[in-house]
Design a protein around this ligand. Structure first.
Ligand code: FMN
Length: 327
């Protein structure tokens, strides 16, 4: 198992999916520590007027020793995307991923993301342009797409062939059409067909949340790896749990104490990455993902969510962990 992505060796089968607002440098660091074999950052807009926005620049951060540093680009224009490729590489990107999967209306309305699954001529131009830049800079380019635009237009295999011909090094397929959003049944059959026909590594994505599903999808699709998105929200330790379960054959779960340690590390790195007022707000969603359903959490939920600054939020969190005996 394992494969090369340009000069990088990818030795493992559990990848963290790109998730805007989630897979920033602190979260990727934690997931990689827990055994994610590869992690993609949040999507970045390629349009020149958006490239230097505060939001985009904040998304272009890496953690110490991150390898490879994977930056995902979103766009509809081959020239702007080629420029953004160079710009991201100058900022430290070591692999560029191109997003042809985002289903959001505001993204599709400007012909980006999954809208390109039905704009085949434009998609092909972009793939060729990015493949050329990739070759020139010796920086691998990869693609993430869906199975098609809708039931009547499934073209992941065709798009995959174009990407392969253009020099793309890997293809991730989210096994749903754009019309299927995040809910429809995942088409592992389509992923299997793409994996069997392409020569580049194919990664299967969609509804993988535990060890059984991960190993079943790997077997069924013949994909080189699986990519996990939503199941990792509030569960960065999932990668370790899946690996240990597959290794030992016995379901493995981290203790509350180990999870608490991870949450506190995440919080520390999060506050190192963002200015305090931003960090207080943006860490709330992680806390809710982490703690919803934990014993005694409902009693502290509103205090924790309303804590106005880092000190109060930290105190509230530590008090809760202490009361539960996890510190
Ligand atoms: C909050 C959130 C943000 C996402 N942002 C991105 C993104 O920036 N780029 C991308 O290619 N996919 C994005 N996705 C899609 C995921 O990468 C993944 O393809 C999708 O969630 C299906 O995988 P899952 O069933 O394991 O969640 C996002 C998904 C979620 C839930």
């Amino acid at each position: 198992m394992g494969f090369n992505l340009g000069q990088y060796r990818i030795d493992g089968v559990l990848f963290l999916a790109p998730m805007a607002g989630v897979t920033d440098a602190p979260f990727r660091r934690l997931c990689r520590q827990f055994g994610a074999d590869y992690a993609v950052g949040e999507m970045l807009a390629s349009a020149p007027q958006l490239r230097n926005s505060r939001k985009t620049l904040a998304r272009l951060k890496f953690f110490d020793k991150e390898c490879p540093r994977v930056v995902q680009l979103l766009g509809a224009d081959p020239v702007a995307l080629s420029e953004a490729f160079h710009w991201a590489v100058e900022a430290g990107a070591e692999v560029i991923d191109f997003n042809m999967g985002c289903p959001a209306k505001k993204v599709c309305n400007v012909a980006c993301g999954s809208a390109l699954m039905r704009e085949e001529t434009q998609a092909r131009k972009i793939l060729e342009a990015l493949g050329e830049v990739s070759q020139k800079c010796a920086v691998p380019v990869t693609l993430k797409c869906r199975t098609g635009w809708d039931e009547a237009h499934k073209n992941a295999l065709q798009v995959g062939h174009w990407a392969e011909e253009a020099g793309f090094a890997m293809l991730t397929v989210h096994g749903r059409t754009r019309a299927g959003a995040f809910e429809s049944q995942v088409e592992y059959d389509t992923i299997a067909q793409v994996a069997s026909e392409l020569t580049i590594p194919v990664v299967a994505n969609g509804d993988i949340a535990d060890a059984n599903r991960a190993s079943a999808v790997l077997r069924y699709t013949g994909a080189q790896a699986v990519m996990i998105g939503r199941a990792a929200l509030g569960r960065p330790w999932l990668f370790k749990e899946i690996k240990e379960t597959l290794r030992s054959g016995v379901p493995f779960e981290l203790s509350h104490k180990e999870k608490v340690e991870a949450i506190l590390s995440h919080r520390r790195w999060h506050f190192e990455c963002y200015p305090e007022p931003v960090a207080v707000m943006t860490f709330r969603k992680h806390l809710l993902w982490y703690l919803t359903g934990w014993p005694g959490f409902e009693e502290v939920r509103s205090d924790l969510c309303q804590a106005p600054d880092a000190l109060m939020q930290g105190r509230c969190l530590l008090d809760y962990f202490e009361r539960q005996g996890w510190l």
